[in-house]
Design a protein around this ligand. Structure first.
Ligand SMILES: Cc1cc2nc3c(=O)[nH]c(=O)nc-3n(C[C@H](O)[C@H](O)[C@H](O)COP(=O)(O)OP(=O)(O)OC[C@H]3O[C@@H](n4cnc5c(N)ncnc54)[C@H](O)[C@@H]3O)c2cc1C
Ligand SMILES: NC(=O)C1=CN([C@@H]2O[C@H](COP(=O)(O)OP(=O)(O)OC[C@H]3O[C@@H](n4cnc5c(N)ncnc54)[C@H](OP(=O)(O)O)[C@@H]3O)[C@@H](O)[C@H]2O)C=CC1
Length: 498
């Protein structure tokens, strides 16, 4: 066995991945000091963790001052400072304060930042951390109309949550929510967008700490930087997402289009592009007809032009590898993440990575795929620590069970949403079948079958089927003989497979 290298265990990033990794290292090595270096003044801690079933998990996330983490784990020392540079050949990281930290093993958990369209345009906002969410809320209180670009998690949440402000939602696809749903599920959810929302704002549950000193006006630069940790479940609860008007929902969806150009007011007036489009609601009624002046105008590839107060670019994330990792020869995935193997190890010696910053580059289980989600950040941080410990002690370690089956529980449009395995038949080719059960306004269940085996499922609403389906997907039992009984509401499927 090689003698352990000099230096400490160092973890970079105070989000879910970094904090979970540091906590696990602290448990594995109680007599060693674990250094957590983070650019944010608060850390994200997992609380109320509940293993709902074999793979499904639920937990809350709290922003906490770093001293709370140090109190819970006296052998963790948090250094509140950004890392300026990694010098992998010298096994050390240099902080913005000029401190040089020599590591024996390093885990990079610096997360990701919003991949903004028209980055740098002062009317384009991204939402990533508490500060950018609050900035968004502040701008919304003055807004009559905003434009949302993107069709993933953030766009879905905003389209449903925003009140008192017209929303023009421009998507590349035919249906909403392409990162999570197929057209059927999208249609099921879309009906919720037109219905009046009940007045059931859930109370703000968690303590939040904010970074002061970043007050900005629309028109000054309001992009989300890369300093804070990413938001997650509940981020909009407690934020009053209300514009200047009295109505609740007015969402107009422009499908199959992208942004062609963005004009500031002055540019727009000078240009010849005067044919403004007036958004229409679901009943095809114009939501507004007054041709007022807007701070910014968006021209779409379908030739329509909308004026609005500002644009939310909810167009995904890009891993945070610049500038502090420049000059190191990491292998990087197509999505810009640090490639990690099945031990969360990057391509450079003694450097691991976990969470949004990394790209899973091992041969995955046929039922798992990477998505940049809170649950995966926790699981990766936990498993990275286990691998770092095993490598240090010369032990072997098996792939963690959580990477066997993709599982995500969340909430969209106030419905519980459970996604399991290849829920959208990802990479299954064309020889798969779908089974559906849908009760409008109540539940939507889709099961993906291949060769008689269940490969994935989408469960929207209180279906109570997640545990049974999780088992059926995991055990890959041949279900051909059950046929459509699988989704028959009159058959208690749980009893069937007991
Ligand atoms: C609005 C929003 C809603 C979301 N909702 C959900 C949801 O409902 N469910 C879900 O599963 N996921 C959700 N996500 C995704 C989830 O939040 C992320 O996948 C997850 O938090 C990533 O965790 P992480 O630890 O990898 O990165 P982050 O949380 O981004 O943490 C990165 C950390 O690294 C630090 N850092 C960055 N650069 C440096 C540097 N140079 N030096 C030192 N420190 C540095 C940062 O300060 C931060 O502490 C949401 C994301 C957003 C933005
Ligand atoms: N409840 C939950 O689980 C939530 C999870 N999140 C997570 O937070 C992170 C950030 O969310 P979000 O920003 O919504 O990212 P997502 O990755 O979820 O979605 C990005 C969306 O933007 C589209 N897109 C990308 N580039 C463009 C472009 N140039 N023009 C128009 N559309 C574009 C993508 O389309 P395409 O796929 O075709 O590229 C996709 O629909 C994600 O990791 C997400 O999973 C966020 C909110 C809620």
């Amino acid at each position: 066995m090689e003698a352990p290298a000099a230096g400490k265990f160092v973890v970079v990033g105070g989000g879910i991945a970094g904090v979970t990794c540091a906590e696990q290292l602290a448990i594995h090595f109680p007599s060693e000091e674990i250094l957590l270096v983070t650019a944010s003044p608060v850390i994200k801690a997992v609380t109320n963790f509940k293993q709902v079933s074999k793979v499904l998990e639920e937990f809350d996330v709290e922003e906490q001052p770093s001293t709370m983490l140090e109190n819970r784990f006296p052998n963790i020392k948090v250094i509140e400072c950004g890392v300026k540079q990694l010098k992998s050949e010298e096994h050390c990281v240099l902080t913005e304060d000029g401190i040089q930290l020599v590591y024996k093993k390093l885990c990079l958990c610096a997360g990701a930042k919003p991949k903004l369209i028209y980055e740098g345009n002062p009317y384009v906002l991204g939402i990533r951390d508490t500060d950018s969410a609050q900035e968004f809320q502040k701008q919304l209180t003055k807004a009559k109309r905003i434009m949302i670009i993107g069709n993933g998690g953030i766009a879905l949440e905003l389209a449903y949550e925003i009140e008192g402000c017209e929303v023009i939602w421009a998507i590349k696809d035919k249906a909403i929510g392409n990162t999570f749903f197929d057209a059927g599920a999208a249609e099921f959810l879309t009906s919720k967008l037109i219905a009046e929302k009940p007045e059931t704002k859930i109370a703000h549950k968690r303590t939040r700490y904010t970074t002061e000193g970043k007050k900005k006006e629309a028109g000054t630069k309001v992009n989300a930087g890369n300093i804070g940790s990413a938001l997650g479940p509940d981020w909009h609860e407690g934020l009053n997402l209300k514009g200047t008007k009295e109505f609740s929902h007015k969402v107009h969806i422009e499908t199959m289009c992208e942004v062609k150009n963005v004009y500031l007011q002055q540019e727009f007036r000078l240009s010849k592009k005067k044919s403004l489009t007036f958004p229409r609601d679901y009943h095809n009624q114009p939501v507004t007809t007054d041709e007022e002046l807007w701070p910014v105008y968006v021209e779409l590839t379908n030739e329509k032009i909308y004026g609005c107060d500002f644009i939310v670019s909810a167009t995904g994330v890009t891993p945070n590898i610049e500038p502090f990792l420049c000059g190191n020869n990491f292998e990087v995935g197509e999505d810009g993440g640090l490639k990690v193997d099945d031990h969360m190890h990057t391509s450079l010696p003694d450097i691991y990575a976990a969470g949004d910053i990394c790209t899973a580059s091992w041969q995955p289980s046929p039922l798992w795929q990477q998505m940049r989600l809170w649950t995966q950040a926790r699981q990766m941080g936990w498993y990275a620590a286990k691998c770092m410990a095993a490598a240090t002690l010369g032990d072997s370690v098996d792939m963690d069970f959580s990477f066997e089956l993709f599982a995500h529980v969340t909430k969209f449009f106030n419905y519980k949403v459970v996604l399991l395995g290849k829920y959208n038949a990802q990479n299954l080719g064309s020889d798969h079948e779908l089974m559906l059960r849908c009760t409008k306004g109540q539940e939507y269940i889709k099961v993906v079958m291949q060769d008689g085996r269940m490969m994935g499922a989408v469960l929207i609403g209180e279906t109570n089927l997640e545990e049974t389906f999780e088992n059926l997907i995991l055990n890959q039992m041949n279900l051909s003989s059950y046929g459509e009984d699988l989704l028959d509401p009159n058959i208690d499927i749980e009893d069937y497979f007991d």
